[in-house]
Design a protein around this ligand. Structure first.
Ligand code: G1P
Length: 297
């Protein structure tokens, strides 16, 4: 079986849900404590043993590339000021992994964004991680998927069960359980189905392990839901051609592209933070009966 070495992370989206915060900075650079959300995603990739990240970018996203780059001037300033711990942290980030960028010139959809990676990925299976989906787990979600791939040898999408009234916000899969734990063999996939279109509660989260045949399929996929080229539509064709598994990953997923989901991620990360965790948990106890009256829309 071919080794999986590359991960594609589309970061071209506008981030309108977080305006005005995202007017001048990419949504992927919004921080959870002291790290931008994109760093958590890249750290999952690194912890899963991947060698190269391919960012699909658009105008205004250069801060993401800069974040993973080496900053000579900053390094010198930190050295002169003897801020060695911070300097080590920044060196660690710039040494994390090789990062390659590809521009998506028009916002034609997630499927189109992934298609932009075809030349850099080449003819090998690869991972896709969506920057809005943060997953906290003992074994990194991507590592869980790579381990499953070594057994099944087919494409995999990570899923979680969601309340039926939320299925219209996700790609939904239908399928039957298999001999492999927590897996389903996919027979149907729908992007953001309207109520009544499917009785499945298995929602795709932003983690995919795909065979390279997806690129040829994406190249001929017509615009679907919302007039965009949808990855889910191309996945249905790939599933018909080669078979595909849905995997109910172990861990907790946060929709960091949504204000409440982002807030939950911050609180959970802070509660288990090595130095802030204890004082933060103590603080939370004092606000549980909060009488705050200020409200904002
Ligand atoms: C995308 C995918 C959808 C998936 C979701 C997971 O939608 O198109 O199939 O369920 O990510 O976060 P988006 O949230 O970008 O609209």
């Amino acid at each position: 079986m071919q080794q999986i070495r590359k991960a594609v992370i589309p970061v071209a989206g506008l981030g309108t849900r977080f305006l005005p915060a995202t007017k001048a900075i990419p949504k992927e650079m919004l921080t959870i404590i002291d790290r931008p959300t994109i760093q958590y995603i890249v750290e999952e990739v690194v912890a899963s043993g991947i060698e190269e990240v391919i960012l699909i970018t658009s105008d205004g996203k250069s801060a993401i590339e800069k974040h993973f780059d080496y900053d000579y001037e900053l390094d010198n300033v930190l050295k002169e000021k003897n801020k060695l711990k911070l300097r080590d942290e920044l060196t660690h980030i710039s040494n994390l992994i090789d990062v390659v960028s590809v521009r998506q010139k028009k916002p034609l959809g997630l499927g189109h964004a992934i298609w932009m990676a075809r030349k850099v990925v080449g003819n090998e299976p690869f991972l896709v991680l969506l920057g809005d989906d943060l997953v906290r787990s003992e074994t990194p979600c991507c590592r869980q998927m790579l381990d499953l791939y070594n057994q099944v040898g087919e494409s995999i999408v990570a899923i979680q069960r969601v309340p039926m009234e939320q299925t219209c916000h996700y790609g939904i899969v239908e399928g039957e359980g298999t001999e492999f734990e927590r897996t389903f063999k996919i027979n149907r996939m729908l992007e953001k189905p309207s109520p009544g279109m499917s009785d499945s509660d298995k929602a795709i989260i932003g983690r995919y392990l795909l065979t390279p045949e997806i690129f040829e399929i994406l190249g001929r996929t017509k615009p679907g839901h919302g007039g965009e080229i949808q990855l889910t539509d191309a996945l249905q064709t790939l599933a018909n051609q080669q078979g595909m598994y849905a995997y109910e990953f172990e861990g907790r997923r946060y929709d960091a592209g949504d204000k409440l989901g982002y807030l939950k991620a911050i609180v959970d990360v802070a509660m288990s933070h090595p130095t802030l965790g204890k004082p933060f948990r103590e603080y939370l106890q004092t606000v549980s009966a909060c009488t705050c009256s200020t409200s904002r829309s």
